[in-house]
Write a protein that binds this ligand. Structure first.
Ligand SMILES: NC(=O)c1ccc[n+]([C@@H]2O[C@H](COP(=O)([O-])OP(=O)(O)OC[C@H]3O[C@@H](n4cnc5c(N)ncnc54)[C@H](O)[C@@H]3O)[C@@H](O)[C@H]2O)c1
Length: 322
């Protein structure tokens, strides 16, 4: 099977590409290596996982078409995106380019070059202010509270139209706060580990009253590969179209999460308690029943073990940012 992985120097896609290659798949990875966060981390992942990632931008339609024409992919995993909720407040156009124009280029290339199945990243952020927990795929997600979330929900709609019009199988994955070695430096686990280990004060939003369904990277990769291997059965409308939650189904209080990091580092954090940030949500909590039933997904890494692995990497010489 020949697979394209986009965003291959990124946190999730680098581990995904590595794992696919390990099991013998033929994989091509692309990434534009943008400087939204420290590029040394992206280069470090490629080196550590032995990945050759081609520098290419999703928004460059000509380059994407040429790649698809030459490589003739069976399947595509689109994880490249402008990520982050807070950054979308100051840099809205970056989201338009990568998440909408770029995603359309991928859809068009899948259509024109015979790709059978596209797996793509959505996000738990589509649930916005959803009051009902746990979040289910059947909940209404028409009220995004950030532009980032709006682009992810748009991806699900765009994918649906291409599935209906051109018969391409589509699987969208709503990832819930992923953490682990080689994690993103703009996300809470890395921000906390960095500040706590340097004796700096950590910002604890909503005065610590937040709940997150933290999911370990290896569980996310296993679930994503499970979806890649599983062509969705036709639904009630005859469409091979699915959207799945992919989380840990074990939401934890932010303060407990911080405490695990403190223990693993052996340092107590200095904390500054702040109000809620615009665009943030109080809690995320995934109902993953659908993914369990249809794909056999079962997250296995509990928080204590996952934080241990994350901090072990964080303290090691592999981490270019420590
Ligand atoms: N990490 C999480 O907790 C989480 C949660 C929900 C959704 N997601 C989604 O999962 C996907 C992967 O997330 P991640 O945490 O690995 O993020 P990441 O930022 O580490 O990886 C994304 C990669 O895509 C690349 N990229 C961005 N725009 C590009 C473009 N126009 N062309 C080519 N490459 C481009 C970046 O350079 C980066 O290496 C993203 O779509 C993200 O929105 C992640």
């Amino acid at each position: 099977m020949k697979v394209l992985v986009t965003g291959a120097a990124g946190f999730i896609a680098s581990k995904l590409m590595y794992t696919l290659k390990e099991r013998g798949d033929e994989v091509v990875g692309i990434d534009n290596f943008n400087d939204y966060y420290d590029v040394r981390l992206k280069e470090g992942r490629c080196k550590a996982f032995g990945l050759e990632v081609r520098k290419m931008d999703l928004a460059d339609k000509e380059a994407i078409d040429k790649l698809f024409a030459e490589e003739k992919f069976d399947k595509v995993v689109n994880l490249a995106a402008q990520a982050g909720v807070r950054y979308s407040i100051t840099n809205p156009y970056a989201y338009l380019q990568s998440n909408l124009v770029g995603f359309l280029n991928i859809l068009e290339a899948c259509r024109n070059f015979g790709v059978k199945h596209l797996v793509y990243a959505s996000s738990s952020s589509v649930y916005g202010m959803n009051a009902k927990v746990p979040y289910s795929e059947d909940d209404k997600v028409d009220n995004p509270v950030s532009l980032y979330a709006a682009t992810k929900k748009s991806n699900e709609l765009m994918a649906h139209s291409y599935c209906k019009l051109y018969g391409i199988a589509m699987t969208g994955l709503r990832y819930f706060t992923v953490y682990g070695p080689w994690g993103r430096p703009d996300m809470a686990p890395m921000l906390f580990a960095s500040a706590i280990s340097k004796g700096e004060t950590i910002k604890v939003f909503n005065h610590g009253d937040m709940i997150r369904d933290f999911t370990f990277i290896d569980d996310i990769v296993a679930g994503t590969i499970g979806c890649l291997d599983h062509l969705p059965e036709p639904d009630a409308n005859g469409l091979r179209y699915r959207v799945y939650n992919i989380g840990c189904s074990n939401p934890v209080k932010l303060m407990d999460f911080i405490s695990e990091i403190e223990q693993a580092l052996g340092v107590e954090a200095k904390k500054e308690f702040l109000p809620m940030q615009p665009g943030d949500v109080y809690q995320t909590n995934a109902d993953t029943t659908k993914l369990e039933e249809e794909i056999g997904y079962k997250p296995v890494v509990r928080l204590h073990e996952g934080i241990g692995k994350f901090i072990e990497w964080y303290k090691s010489d592999l981490n270019p940012l420590k």
